[in-house]
Ligand binder design. Structure first.
Ligand code: ADP
Length: 471
């Protein structure tokens, strides 16, 4: 019985350390807005990189014609061909091909990688165009969604800062990536121009804006997390003098790296960070995104198991990093069977913990709840931080002119994507709940989170269209 008391102590400690009352969330909101300012003021002024995208106009619906997109950002790459009808939300057809990147190409040379991509692209184009009218006088245009850290030089060029996600093609770091792709297109004999280079959040923003003109920001919460939004050109102090015709530019926040002393941090977060390949990096992401949530829960269960015998002998599985993935966490959290059968099954099959009582299974659900709720509420605070920065949080006075709140609060849409948000109902509900708590009902009713699908692919094609040489 003393053992159980120890476990309850560990749980209470976790609950306290993860607490996110609305006052604390508001501090996170403020910190986010402040860091955004700092990141826009100077290069390296904040942990938020606030990368310029050079995207100064988003698709409006008037785009017409056929455009291609290449989406490279993980283990697969995808090629799309999208036909646009010239009205908002009028995608007439789209064809997609997805291919895994052969393992050896991820660590080979840029020439090998891009030759492979170019030849796949060429086959795709020939297959799609076969039988149809010979393509018009206009050259084919491509949107290139490249979701790695890039220092953008213009809307259609940028330098690879570093590789992530298992890629390690050394000769490419520090190089301009569009030039490398275009050289490979020439070698393959494919006549195609790269109209834009963007990252996936910008693609999501573009697709959101194409569907709904009130879209001002985009957030991705999947394996990782990131956000971008539309900023006034004159607020981007670090690039004053840049010619921006529309007066706005999409800014890629790289918000996964946000940090603030107001974030509720536990000893599990600290250990997870220390043992990660990138300590001190991506602090916000490590508390929020799908890659990490399960691992925080694993660490709590491990600690409880070490301090008591409620889980039986300590399972060696509990020491395997990332063994508990977000979908399993969600399945346990959302188990609504009276006996918690799903929890029992996952404990057995994944963690090799068997024969635990219902009381212990309930405890596991509680841990999932605490960790996921904190994540969702912090993500909500991040979103409100963006709204605050652009004067859409109803507080008024921030962005010139809009003084009093609800009557003048404009409809504000945030495009959102990512498996954690779209497939984990409890996460989504907690996020919405926190958004309403922070903003208050009067303002929250004007803020709409809208799920887009495949912004990284379709959004790339839309941006190619919006920035076409013929438009
Ligand atoms: P990406 O890997 O590009 O972020 P997604 O946006 O599809 O791709 O997100 C996938 C991630 O979403 C997974 O790594 C996982 O963390 C999370 N996820 C997927 N399905 C679920 C689910 N059913 N419950 C909870 N999280 C999920």
């Amino acid at each position: 019985r003393r053992k159980w008391k120890r476990v309850v102590g560990v749980l209470r400690e976790l609950e306290e350390a993860c607490e996110t009352p609305v006052g604390r969330l508001r501090q996170v909101v403020d910190a986010m807005a402040v860091e955004m300012h700092a990141g826009l003021a100077s290069e390296g002024g904040s942990k938020l990189k606030m990368l310029l995208t050079f995207v100064d106009h988003l698709p409006t619906g008037s785009e017409i014609g056929t455009y291609y997109a290449l989406d490279l950002g993980g283990t697969n790459f995808r090629i799309l061909r999208v036909q646009l009808g010239g009205r908002r939300s009028s995608i007439l057809s789209q064809d997609v091909e997805q291919r895994p990147i052969p393992q050896h190409l991820m660590t080979s040379t840029s020439e090998d990688l891009f030759d492979f991509i170019a030849s796949t692209l060429k086959q795709f184009v020939e297959k799609e165009e076969n039988g149809s009218e010979p393509s018009s006088v206009r050259a084919r245009e491509l949107g290139f969604t490249f979701s790695f850290p890039v220092k953008q030089l213009s809307i259609h060029s940028g330098i690879l800062i570093k590789w992530t996600k298992g890629f390690a093609i050394e000769d490419m770091v520090g190089k301009e990536v569009v030039g490398l792709l275009e050289a490979a297109l020439v070698r393959s004999g494919l006549d195609m121009r790269v109209a834009v280079l963007v990252n996936d959040t910008v693609g999501t923003l573009a697709l959101g804006h194409y569907d709904d003109a009130d879209t001002v920001a985009a957030v991705i919460i999947g394996t990782g997390t990131n956000a971008c939004y539309l900023e006034r050109a004159d607020a981007i102090i670090k690039c004053q003098g840049l010619l921006i015709t529309s007066g706005c530019m999409a800014v890629n926040m790289e918000w996964g790296n946000f940090w603030s002393s107001h974030l509720p941090r536990t000893s599990y977060d600290i250990d997870l960070d220390l043992e990660s390949p990138n300590p001190n990096d991506q602090g916000f992401e490590k508390m929020i995104s799908g890659m990490y949530l399960g691992d925080i829960v694993r660490r709590v269960i491990l600690r409880m198991s070490q301090e008591s015998d409620i889980f039986g002998p300590v399972s060696s599985r509990l020491s395997i990093p990332f063994i508990l993935q977000a979908p399993l966490l969600a399945a346990m959290h959302e188990d609504d069977s009276p006996e918690l059968k799903e929890v029992d099954k996952i404990l057995k099959e994944t963690l090799e913990i068997s024969e635990v009582s219902l009381k212990v299974r309930k405890l596991v659900v509680r841990i999932c709840d605490v960790v996921t709720r904190r994540a969702a509420r912090l993500a909500a605070a991040g979103i409100v931080g963006i709204l605050k920065k652009i004067g859409r949080d109803g507080s008024g006075g921030v962005a010139g002119g809009r003084s009093r709140s609800d009557s003048k609060m404009r409809r504000t849409v945030v495009a959102i994507e990512g498996g954690l948000y779209t497939r984990y109902m409890m996460f989504r509900e907690y996020l919405h709940e926190a958004l309403h708590e922070i903003l208050g009902e009067d303002v929250a009713q004007h803020v709409i989170l809208k799920v887009t699908e495949d912004g990284s692919g379709i959004g790339g094609a839309l941006l190619a269209a919006a920035n076409s040489s013929s438009s």
